[in-house]
Design a protein around this ligand. Structure first.
Ligand code: GAR
Length: 198
């Protein structure tokens, strides 16, 4: 069987990347081909290297906000790795429509909210502030609009009376680690029906 090739883009600790990489074994239809970060200090880079995954870094800072120039460099290791699927996993740069269009229909993102609620940042604090009874995470296909695109899976997490943004984020993250691998496996099999957890 020829495996689907998966590139994973990260900016930080990479716990979602680890959950994806560790899921791609045995009869899984995909294998990781690259972990790419916009930050050389991202803790996930060592975790990927320790697992034998090729890594690359394209620092966004020298481009001083010129997103097209940054993305032209970001594209180079991706074009070498030739991924079938690109997973954004805590990748904290907004991508242009032009970049996204190159991976149309084969780029996924995980976002820590029950989309379409709370696009953008500080999602846990915003859910608590709004008095919501539940929060969660979503995996969606990436389109040109931020945190938009068809939803491929969601996990719902009850908000507790004593939750802080940090305690809620930790419980949501544990569900992210279940949701993203499940969605990726199905996606790699060509199944786009939404995964609903728990
Ligand atoms: C995760 O909670 C992910 O959902 C979030 O960043 C965290 C990365 O953690 N992503 C976003 O907020 C994207 N807008 P990780 O590096 O340990 O996977």
């Amino acid at each position: 069987m020829s495996h689907k090739r998966v590139a994973i883009l990260i900016s930080g600790g990479g716990s979602n990347m680890v959950s994806l990489v560790d899921s791609m074994t045995k009869d899984h239809p995909a294998r990781p081909c690259l972990v790419l970060s916009n930050d050389a200090q991202a803790g996930g880079l060592k975790k990927a290297a320790d697992r034998g995954i090729p890594t690359a870094v394209v620092d966004h800072r020298p481009f001083k906000g010129d997103r097209s120039a940054f993305e032209a460099e970001l594209l180079k290791p991706l074009q070498e790795a030739q991924p079938d699927i690109v997973c954004l996993a805590g990748f904290m740069r907004v991508l242009t429509a032009d970049f996204v269009s190159r991976f149309q229909g084969r780029m996924l993102n995980i976002h820590p909210s029950l989309l379409p609620k709370y696009k953008g940042l500080n999602t846990h604090a915003r859910a608590i502030q709004a008095g919501d009874s539940e929060h969660g995470c979503s995996v969606h296909e990436v389109t040109a609009a931020l945190d938009d695109g068809p939803i491929l899976g969601q996990a719902r997490v009850p908000i507790q009376a004593d939750d802080t943004p940090e305690s809620l984020a930790a419980r949501v993250l544990a569900w992210e680690h279940k949701l993203y691998p499940e969605v990726l496996r199905r996606f790699a099999e060509g199944n786009r029906s939404p995964v609903l957890l728990p």
